[in-house]
Design a protein around this ligand. Sequence first.
Ligand code: SF4
Length: 348
Amino acid sequence: MKIIKNIPELLAHNLIEASEIAQIEAVAHEHSIAITPEIMNSIKVFDNSDPIFAQYVPQKEELETSQYEFFDPIADVAHSPLNGLVHRYKSRALLKLTNACPAYCRFCFRREMVGRENAKILSDLEIDAIIQYLKEHKEINEVIFSGGDSLAIGHLRLGKIAKAIGQIANVKILRIHSRVPIIMPQIIDNELVSALKEANLPIFMVLHINHYNEFTQNVKNAINILKQNGITLLSQSVLLRGVNDDAQILADTFNALLENGIKPYYLHHPDLARGTGHFQLNPIEGMEIFSQLRTLISGLGLPKYVLDIPGGFGKVELNNENLRQKPDGHFEIKDVNFNWHQYPNIRL
Ligand code: SF4
């Protein structure tokens, strides 16, 4: 089976109805579609009640946008001194080696920037400029490969870039945020791991997993290859209405992660990306679910529940200390520098 990328293929696999074609075409015009064979394997029910289906199959609700949604929710662009580089936090730099992913999550916070229509891998010249920047900014000790998905750019290119990064004296840690082991586990092999090891740095991989149904046998095999090669595995999940907005589902997902040797790291409150209102929860709803979760799971299995403050003010833990509700029903959220920022109540 090939990757499903267009309306006829969605129809042929019973992912959409003929009556929806016009609306899904309008969605596809805005945001790329890609659904891998592994995703198809993990869908159990072919409608939106399925937590995997809901994450990847385009929905007409994506055409609805609100005043609370943003083109660039966490202000990557404002913190991007070079193409492919985001430098938001002093000691860390984010590298976006490509703007393509093997599959496109319908809730993606970078959905305006990722996509196959304009998908490309950074050129040698762009990589050289980034390497130079990293050398000049000696305060950067950690490089993070983030989405689009760097693990899908090809072993040779990945190895070359990893090696160049490993040769920068101030860079001590390589972190990789990836969905590939979940959505395309077959490409995780010893060759790919060898390419990453060209960096000769400690490697931390943060796998994006939102639901325990994503643990297929192929995914477990890929995870084993990464573990056997000494890569430290962590996870990040996004709290999504209709997918995992339930304490027991989250507890089962985080326990499945632990059983597979992965430490749950972040539970992200969903970012306010354009056309993702149907996935959104209010921070208070999320905090209620998270407090129930505490009663169901050990401290080892509990990730940090975090929100990226719109406008690029960074991540904060969502709790009563950092969030307050205003008389008008909207919220304010406190950043790590103790400054308060507006945050909308999407239910108003
Ligand atoms: S894998 Fe990450 S970057 Fe790619 S579409 Fe999904 S959330 Fe966005």
